[in-house]
Design a protein around this ligand. Structure first.
Ligand code: FES
Ligand code: FES
Length: 156
């Protein structure tokens, strides 16, 4: 089938298999490697992307469901002012983690702050609850959310 959507602000028109997952489409067809395959079952958030500004697990989404959608991956988000603000805040808070979980964490924070400029720590924890890290804590990522809001006054 033919699929038309916007990816990182660029229009796309591709011939695809309708059942191919979005994760496979992004990684294998479009060479975008920020989203990762962790569990492949919607449990870990390593494959997170934004679809119409909502956080979505791309491993659970069929490519056909992207018709007409606006998709953003970390590759696109990091080129935006909000994306840069978040990444700088994560660096300042020492909240940068491994390449497997970090892309999803950044997108989850973006989805939260875009909707809620005054999140409590519990709301930040809740927003990150679908993005798993088994190695470290979430404390520095929560700090990064507050730094991003302070630094990015007027952005969010
Ligand atoms: S790989 Fe998609 S949620 Fe784990
Ligand atoms: S899974 Fe990335 S630092 Fe733990």
């Amino acid at each position: 089938m033919k699929l038309n959507f916007t990816l990182n602000h660029q229009p796309q028109s591709l011939e695809i298999s309708a059942t191919m997952s979005v994760l496979e489409l992004l990684r294998e067809r479009l060479n975008l490697s920020a989203c990762k395959e962790g569990c492949g079952e919607g449990e870990c958030g390593a494959c997170s992307i934004l679809v119409n500004d909502k956080l979505v697990n791309s491993c659970l989404l069929a490519s056909a469901q992207l018709e007409g959608a606006e998709v953003m991956t970390l590759e696109g988000l990091r080129e935006t002012d909000k994306g840069r603000c978040l990444i700088e805040a994560l660096l300042e808070a020492k909240g940068v983690q491994c390449g497997f979980c970090s892309p999803g964490m950044v997108l989850a924070l973006y989805a939260l702050l875009n909707e809620n400029r005054y999140p409590t720590d519990d709301q930040i924890r809740e927003a990150l609850s679908g993005n798993l890290c088994r190695c470290t804590g979430y404390g520095m990522i929560i700090d990064a959310a507050h730094i991003a809001l302070k630094r990015g006054k007027g952005l969010w």
